[in-house]
Design a protein around this ligand. Structure first.
Ligand code: GAR
Length: 217
């Protein structure tokens, strides 16, 4: 197998999706490994998980910068230092700017069936709307709020007594498995994007010499 794809994972909270990626990458046949974990805040469990796994971490707080553009450039530079093949936004509660999006493929995961219920409160909004089925979406990130091309989705039932925490936990159980599966397939098999349609399976993205990763057509 060629060398493992390099993942930089971005987190803002408990980091259970990060943990699922860390666990998966202990198997060399997975084809990807987490080379760094970045965050927009300190003191979160996601960073502690990275430290425990002896993965380097970095924190860039928006409030430490005079403008959003400066923060965008700073976080892109921190990510670039680890030369990722794929950036995974796993519960990272910030929209990434052009300096990151133009330089790297970025994967995002969301706890609702997009395009329904985008944003920071996908689970709460789905519950409030009274839907009976919700789920999770893994997509490529773009400059919008959860608007990028969808790669995979899975449905999760909403049960009569659910509150936000209970429903989110049921979704996250599915979401972690889906994210691990899609990240692994992307690094092992590559992908192309045609309009909004993502096709998996067009050759590995790990760079050897001059080859590059996923393509847009
Ligand atoms: C996940 O459910 C992820 O989809 C969500 O935050 C959670 C993070 O969980 N992200 C968003 O809502 C982004 N719009 P984790 O920190 O345990 O991985």
């Amino acid at each position: 197998m060629s060398k493992a794809g390099r993942l930089v994972v971005l987190v803002s909270g408990s980091g259970t999706n990060l943990q699922a990626l860390l666990d998966a990458s202990t198997d060399p046949s997975y084809g990807a490994r987490v080379v760094a974990v970045g965050a927009d805040r300190e003191g979160i469990e996601g960073l502690a998980r990275a430290t425990k796994a002896q993965i380097p971490t970095f924190v860039e707080k928006l409030r430490d910068y005079g403008t959003r553009a400066e923060w965008d450039a700073a976080i892109a530079a921190r990510i670039a230092a680890y030369e990722p093949d794929l950036v995974v936004s796993a519960g990272f509660m910030k929209i990434l700017g052009a300096p990151t999006l133009d330089a790297f493929p970025v994967l995002n995961t969301h706890p609702a069936l997009l395009p329904s219920f985008p944003g920071a409160h996908g689970v709460r909004d789905a519950l409030a709307h009274g839907v009976k089925v919700t789920g999770c979406t893994v997509m490529l990130a773009d400059s919008g709020v959860d608007t990028g091309p969808i790669i995979a989705q899975e449905a999760v039932p909403v049960l009569p007594d659910d509150d936000e925490a209970v429903l989110h936990e049921r979704i996250k159980t599915v979401e972690r498995r889906l994210l691990v599966d899609i990240v692994g397939r992307m690094v092992r098999e590559g992908w192309t994007v045609t309009g909004r349609i993502v096709h998996l399976g067009t050759g590995p993205i790990v760079r050897t010499g001059n080859q590059s990763g996923g393509e847009s057509t």
